[in-house]
Design a protein around this ligand. Structure first.
Ligand code: EPU
Length: 419
């Protein structure tokens, strides 16, 4: 298994491009299952979760051709095995995104239950309940969701809670259903709106994506389309925190400042200088940052996927910050590793109280999930001495060559290849 070695306390400076959004790419790739015609998807980030999704689609029977880096041509003419097996789903929960499109197009799907993961239980009851209302017969047994239906029918469904992949799954299923589907209390994340943009290009009739109520008028078939994935707001947020931590001066290119409103506001409240241009963000870091209280929430609130990274920043603030995690019940695992580096963090239920400023010192650390491992890399950037981060395959699930991008900004960070 690969590890990272980070030598801290280097000020970051320079400019780097932001890659396509992993969490927009995954549903867009799965959307190919809705048509037998070709889909061309651009700006697909070459991360491990994308590789896993492409492997899953090939297993199902999709022709996958990578025409250039970031360009994928997909054709789902015959779907021999409408199934997502456990071995693929266990490494990536987003595999559940094949359920809606497979059922809508072929009338059957068998998808391994994703199960819990380190950040929380993460059930898929909303997906199942909504598809049942659309007429699917769904059984959950032997660790699999087995679904069958004749043509799905449009319904009115109110999500009991906001779910990103739940909204995406239902949106895809509804495009081919008979009649109109109205989805209430939908996730409003930019990744949902991006998927809807692709589906509309394929001939779907969708209104309201990006708001909490989405109307879909089902059509008989969808067709070929080309689509470019939006920039990754979480990757951008991670680099912004890296720059803030080191008092750096960093410009992010090819990003979408409009998707980072709350994050940029919070950075400004911490004293960081932010300049926005079309597709660019420049951050002029200020050390030490000011402490802030913050809570994660559904978009446009602060993203849970940046909570761990912000916790590192708050360890450097002069004063006390309270971070409240409202989306996942177990997303503070990084706190224990940060404490081992010298941070003062106490946990109480969904609140983390961070007392700064702490002098972090390099240590050997273990990555536990994707965003927690990014947070450990950031902690290594401000720590004294050397930090070794084990199990960086977690980082590779969602970041495109993070070590190369950080090195370009001056960081001393290397990958140690595992056996
Ligand atoms: N929930 C239910 N029942 C459901 C679905 C969700 O109770 O049927 C609950 C979850 O347990 C959670 C909340 O609803 O408490 C929100 O979960 P959501 O379904 O929105 O999460 P997700 O769709 O599984 C996506 C991202 C995550 C990101 C969350 C929240 C993808 C592929 N994944 O997950 O990304 O944290 O939304 O924004 O889009 C990551 O990239 O590191 C990552 C974990």
């Amino acid at each position: 298994m690969d590890r990272f070695r980070v030598t801290g306390r280097v000020r970051l400076a320079g400019s780097i491009p932001i890659s396509g959004a992993k969490n927009a790419a995954l549903p867009s790739l799965c959307a190919c299952l809705l048509t037998g015609e070709k889909l061309q998807i651009e700006n697909v980030p070459p991360v491990r979760d994308v590789r896993t999704t492409l492997r899953l689609l090939q297993y199902i029977g999709v022709d996958v051709e990578e025409t250039a880096e970031g360009s994928v041509l997909l054709k789902a003419a015959g779907l021999e095995k409408p199934e997502a097996p456990y071995d693929l789903v266990k490494t990536m929960r987003a595999s559940v995104l094949v359920l809606g499109p497979l059922l809508a197009r072929t009338g059957r799907a068998r998808v391994s239950l994703p199960g819990g993961c380190t950040i929380g239980a993460r059930p898929i009851d909303f997906h199942i309940e909504a598809l049942r209302r659309m007429g699917a017969r769904i059984e959950v047994e032997h660790g699999y969701v087995t679904a069958k239906s004749s043509r799905l029918r449009g319904v009115e469904y109110h999500f009991p809670g906001r779910s990103v992949t739940g909204t995406e799954n239902l949106l895809m299923a509804a495009t081919l259903a008979a009649g109109t589907t109205v989805l209430h209390n939908c996730a409003t994340e930019p990744e949902v709106a991006d998927l809807a943009r692709l589906l509309r290009a394929m001939g779907a009739k969708i209104e309201g994506a990006g708001t909490t109520t989405i109307h879909v008028e089902g059509v008989d078939a969808l067709h070929s389309a080309a689509h470019r994935i939006i920039p990754d707001r979480i990757e951008a947020g991670t680099f912004l925190v890296a720059a803030a931590l080191t008092g750096g001066d960093v410009t992010l290119r090819e990003c979408a400042p409009e998707h980072l409103g709350t994050v940029l506001d919070l950075l400004e409240r911490c004293g960081q200088g932010i300049e926005k241009n079309d597709g660019e963000i420049r951050i002029i870091g200020k050390v030490p940052p000011a402490p802030v209280d913050m809570a994660t929430g559904p978009y446009p609130e602060f993203p849970t996927d940046l909570q761990a990274q912000f916790m590192v920043l708050m360890t450097q603030a002069t004063g006390t910050s309270v971070i409240r995690e409202t989306i996942f019940e177990n997303r503070f695992q990084h706190a224990a590793e940060l404490r081992r580096m010298g941070a003062s963090i106490s946990l109480s239920g969904r609140n983390a109280t961070v007392k700064g400023a702490s002098r972090l010192s390099g240590a050997c650390l273990m990555a536990t999930d994707l965003r927690a491992s990014a947070c450990l890399v950031l902690a290594g950037l401000v720590a004294e001495g050397e930090t070794i981060i084990d199990r960086v395959y977690h980082v590779d699930r969602g970041y495109v060559r993070i070590e190369e991008k950080l090195r370009k900004l001056g960081a001393r960070l290397e990958r140690i290849q595992g056996s």
